[in-house]
Design a protein around this ligand. Structure first.
Ligand code: GLN
Ligand code: ZN
Length: 767
């Protein structure tokens, strides 16, 4: 007989068929009413609760649902509305809520721009950043979390409501007036007291308080804040507090967290920096230990034997009736169900589990713990063994090649200054050379052709000639407006990662494996299940065709290994680094093939390099070392005269400028237009030696920047960087924009570059 219990920290909320996405977008278009939207939400919530209850889960979450983002929900709940929205008091309605998330789309004359959005720790989920200023007050405005509890109760499900904890909430928000946001902690603590009392009043016995910030490096204010907050919150009611930490282990914060006066502590044991025994050491015997064993961040079948062994070891310090078997974090980060995946290879499918399947894993683990002869254990063992030895996964040629990488493979023959002279001679570009980041508008026609081709409505030949026409037009357009370095336009790509994954061995794709990225936006990450190799060139034909249309340099366009890794579900049976290296070898081959085919400039996008930074700073160096190594491996095999570009957007470079420099790309293009070149700071301070293309055109906005505004930005850049190192380009790719704006904006950009050339009157030769 067992007394273990089970917990789920949160469930996906988009619905198995992205019902919520469709409803949200219809609501925003004005096609459905708020009631209709709420109906869709209620259906998804009920379905999730029923599913978990039927499986016998002990702690089922409520208030894990959201119409946009749970952090924004909490801000609205406690009345922390950015002052520009003019909120005074009373309930926060849907329109105000969505205005904070998306900007006031109904009235653009006012200043009600959207709140900032940023990545939730190291996930691909984006939350709405809380804003604080000196005058911020908190008081409860809505009853949503209470209503959610009652709603579940009405369906017969007694839930454990989830709220974000005060330390995480304050830590992830920003002060908008330079005031110290930590001065608000006491006010915030008070409002948590109110929340708990109200939960208690409606019959809630247990609350999940999410404090993922506890796995990061905490400063003294935060540490002291943890003590102060939890002492006060614990005293405010008799609701049992379940403190949940995830996305890593507690490290230096362990004794602090273990000493907090809470009922239960949840630790993510799928991402331990040390031994499992360390987690157990000093765990207070009077608390409940929630073990996050079922990984909420990936889609691989749990190894039951290992998990059960952990639980048995935990038993040595704590009695089983105080052990909870749980998901490592919310299941928000995985798709809903495997049930509809009929296209994926059956042998790969048996290695996968999505949210629904993970619910059953928890139950199986508890069953298997009580009964070592349970069928589920045998079946799981068979799957594990099958995976370990599968010919689908293991490719000896790839493993051998990986083991034979030599130090010289990471280095280009000459340093930047020598390469640069050769490249200048070869390309003979003017100063302030102009280029774009790769993609041109993905028009309805482009998307339709791709769809038709996939559905069989368009033959391969027809599709190819359609794409060639697009490229022809794009090249003619770029020559017409006078760009110096051209691109083919990426019309053949739906997505910069999927396009490569589809052509590489070791990748699989789902039909409905959607995961929320932000608001109604979902992504369908590829699954990297096995050793990665490149059966044949992936982009060479397109680049060669494009180059044949012009005498100007045509930039080849590739996605880098870290970005491919970061935006996929990555296999868990080897270190991420090894998988990244395998991808790097494949992309390296593509780079060399492009060079052989006469493509003299090659851009390798690493849009996700920075977001791959580990949650804990102690792990940054190790990550940056291999991340940069993969880039160097990709580019280490080309001639000096081949010009390597890279591109990063949304990036904040101060923390990582050394790593960026070690990548040693000949040219890096970055996003700077919104920050008015402030992002260049890091490059200036570091004395960054290679070429930089600071973006002068904010491609996230439909606005067409004027010549003057771009000239202003460029002039700023010339004050900060050596003139002969500056490139002129937009912030990012242009795929989301329309042709007319692109045409005007790029024409302005070129005019601005030309004016600058004249005023600088510099020749294009380096000293
Ligand atoms: N080359 C890609 C494009 O232009 C880069 C996109 C990105 O950085 N996110 O679309
Ligand atoms: Zn970009």
């Amino acid at each position: 007989m067992t007394t273990l219990s089970t917990a789920i920290l949160g469930y996906p909320r988009m619905g198995a068929n992205r019902e919520l996405k469709r409803a949200l977008e219809s609501y925003w278009r004005g096609d459905i009413s708020a009631d209709d939207l709420h109906q869709v939400g209620a259906t998804i919530r009920k379905r999730n609760w029923d599913y978990q209850k039927k499986a016998g889960i002990r702690y089922i979450p409520s208030n894990d649902f959201s119409y946009y983002d749970q952090i924004l929900d909490f801000s609205c709940f406690i009345g922390n509305i950015p002052p520009r929205f003019g909120y005074v008091s009373g309930p926060v309605d849907l329109d105000l809520y969505f205005s904070i998330a998306r900007g006031n789309t109904k009235d653009s004359s006012n200043n009600q721009y959207a709140a900032e959005m940023t990545k939730w720790f190291d996930t691909n989920y984006h939350y709405i950043v809380p804003e604080f200023d000196e005058a911020t007050e908190f008081s409860l405005t809505t009853t949503t979390p209470f209503d959610a509890y009652k709603e579940a109760k009405k369906w017969g499900v007694d839930t454990r409501p989830v709220i974000v904890g005060p330390l995480t909430y304050l830590s992830i928000g920003k002060s908008t007036d330079g005031s110290n946001k930590w001065a608000l902690l006491d006010k915030l603590i008070a409002v948590y007291g109110d929340i708990l009392k109200q939960f208690e009043a409606i019959g809630v016995t247990d609350i999940q308080i999410d404090e993922p910030i506890a796995v990061t490096k905490l400063n003294n204010t935060q540490k002291e804040g943890f003590k102060r907050a939890y002492d006060a919150i614990a005293a405010a009611s008799s609701v049992r507090l379940h403190l949940t930490t995830y996305f890593g282990d507690l490290r230096d914060n362990q004794s602090l967290v273990y000493s907090l006066p809470v009922y239960s502590i949840h630790v993510d044991v799928t991402r331990l920096s040390t031994s499992f025994e360390t987690v157990l050491a000093g765990f207070p015997a009077d608390k409940q230990l929630s073990l996050g064993v079922v990984n909420g961040r990936n889609i691989w079948v749990n190894a039951y034997d290992d998990t059960i062994q952990k639980i048995q070891r935990a038993q040595a310090v704590i009695s089983p009736d105080r052990i909870v078997v749980a998901t490592s974090c919310s299941l928000l980060h995985v798709p809903v169900t495997l049930a509809n995946e009929t296209d994926i290879d059956e042998s790969i499918k048996q290695w996968l589990v999505f949210a629904d399947e993970k619910v059953h894993e928890l139950v199986d683990i508890v069953t298997g713990f009580a009964d070592p002869s349970a069928d589920a254990l045998g079946a799981n063992r068979a799957v594990q063994n099958g995976r370990k030895t599968s010919a689908l996964i293991h490719n000896n040629a790839v493993k051998t090649r990986l083991s034979q990488i030599k130090p010289l493979d990471y280095v280009r023959s000459s340093g930047f200054s020598d390469r640069s002279i050769k490249q200048k001679q070869l390309f003979n570009l003017p100063v302030f050379p102009t280029t774009t980041i790769g993609s041109f508008p993905q028009t309805d026609a482009v998307r339709k052709a791709r769809r038709d081709f996939k559905n069989g409505g368009l033959s391969a030949n027809e599709y190819e000639s359609f794409l060639k026409d697009q490229i022809r037009d794009a090249v003619a357009f770029q020559e017409d407006i006078g760009l110096d370095v051209l691109v083919h336009g990426e019309f053949e790509r739906n997505d910069m990662v999927e396009y490569f994954g589809e052509q590489l061995n070791g990748f699989a794709f789902t039909s409905y494996g959607w995961v929320q990225s932000y608001g109604s936006r979902c992504v369908k990450p590829p699954i990297i299940f096995g050793d990665v190799s490149r059966p044949k060139p992936m982009t060479v034909d397109w680049s060669v065709f494009a180059q044949s249309l012009t005498v100007k340099p045509m930039k080849g366009m590739l996605t880098g290994p870290v970005t491919i890794l970061q935006w996929s579900f990555v296999r868990d049976d080897q270190p991420r680094k090894d998988t990244a290296m395998q991808i790097a070898l494949a992309i390296r081959d593509e780079v060399c093939d492009l060079e052989k085919a006469g493509i003299g400039m090659i851009q390798i996008d690493e849009a996700a390099l920075r977001e791959g930074l580990p949650v804990h700073v102690s792990d940054w160096d190790a990550y940056l070392r291999w991340a940069v190594d993969t880039f160097r491996l990709v580019t280490g095999g080309v001639m000096d005269s081949t010009q390597i570009h890279t591109h990063m957007c949304y990036s904040e470079f101060n923390d990582i400028i050394e790593a960026i420099a070690r990548m040693d790309a000949d040219v890096i293009s970055i996003e700077t237009s919104r920050s008015h070149m402030a992002l260049l700071d890091a490059f200036v301070k570091f004395n960054y030696p290679n070429d930089v293309g600071p973006g002068v055109y904010d491609i996230h906005s439909p606005r067409v920047p004027t010549v003057e505004s771009m000239s202003d930005l460029l002039k700023k850049a010339t004050k900060l960087l050596p003139v002969e190192h500056i490139w002129v380009n937009p912030d990012c790719g242009l795929k989301t924009r329309g042709w007319p704006e692109v045409k005007d904006a790029l024409t302005h950009m070129i005019t601005s570059a030309k004016q600058l050339r004249e005023s600088h009157n510099v020749v294009s030769v380096r000293p």
